[in-house]
Design a protein around this ligand. Structure first.
Ligand SMILES: [Zn+2]
Length: 276
């Protein structure tokens, strides 16, 4: 055996034994609901510094499940958690939806209760040692209050918090996939939800009369409760398509964009050196 070959064999043997002593451990699951406390303690913050927090609502959504705003960010979190090196916190399945509360099956939480509850979830996640809390918001009605809570908790607990409103972030993807703008419970949300729970989508219940454009210009009128749950961002565009191929394409493209945004934000926070 040549001298170099002997060296190579020695190095391989050595690295092999090092790996044998400290095996690369991957989490048994990324869901906080399923982790035992001992494993969570081993992972956070030593190995995992980021948590994805889906925040949704229970409200009518055209002919798709009323929990669409919960199912969407939850499925998104499961799809991207490994890519962004994160754990997944349990979803907050209730939000603020005062103008849809009149519809069957809807639940709306008051501003005061929601702000306090959401804020304490953020505080607890920060106290557990997460450096980056990523709120995957599924419901527009939560945005203002969540953003206020995020800003306060970030400053008070010295933690980085990022809030994503996915349907706004992917405006260009919606227009690319459907060749139209979207809507609440419109083409975009229906497709994304269809990719997750295809058996719970009801095209047989859908009629054009169930749709209405959002006020244009914004603020032109207000309806309490809203007159329909399929609210088109633009008049004449955003009708559900119920196309399973489009659904899969949209789901993949949306998740890729959200993952890319999160990784970029963490990279920039690290570079800036904030809340290391
Ligand atoms: Zn929704």
């Amino acid at each position: 055996m040549k001298k170099t070959t002997l060296w190579l064999a020695a190095v391989l043997l050595l690295t092999g034994s090092v790996f044998a002593q400290t095996p690369v451990k991957t989490p048994t699951t990324r869901e906080m609901n399923l982790l035992c406390w001992q494993e969570f303690g081993e992972l956070v913050p030593a190995k995992i510094k980021t948590v994805l927090l889906p925040m949704g609502s229970l409200e009518p959504h055209g002919v798709i499940p009323s929990g669409a705003d919960n199912l969407e960010p939850e499925a998104m979190a499961r799809d991207i958690a490994e890519r962004v090196g994160a754990l997944i916190a349990p979803t907050l399945n209730y939000g603020m939806t005062a103008d849809m509360k009149a519809y069957p099956g809807a639940v709306s939480i008051s501003k005061e209760a929601y702000a306090a509850f959401a804020g304490e979830i953020l505080e607890n996640l920060a106290a557990q040692g997460f450096q980056n809390i990523i709120i995957l918001n599924g419901h527009g009605g939560n945005t203002t209050i969540l953003n206020e809570a995020a800003s306060r908790v970030s400053n008070e607990c010295r933690v980085r918090i990022f809030l994503v409103n996915w349907w706004t972030l992917v405006d260009d993807i919606t227009k690319d996939v459907f060749k139209q703008n979207g809507g609440h419970a419109g083409n975009n949300e229906t497709a994304y939800t269809q990719a997750i729970v295809p058996d719970y989508i009801h095209p047989e219940r859908y009629t054009l009369e169930m749709t209405a454009p959002l006020p244009a210009p914004a603020g032109a009128f207000y309806a309490h409760p809203v007159t329909t749950s399929i609210l088109l961002y633009e008049k004449g565009q955003g009708y559900p398509t119920f196309d399973p191929v489009q659904a899969k394409e949209y789901f993949r493209k949306v998740n890729d964009r959200v993952a890319e945004l999160i990784l970029d934000a963490i990279k920039k926070w690290d570079a800036a050196g904030v809340y290391r």
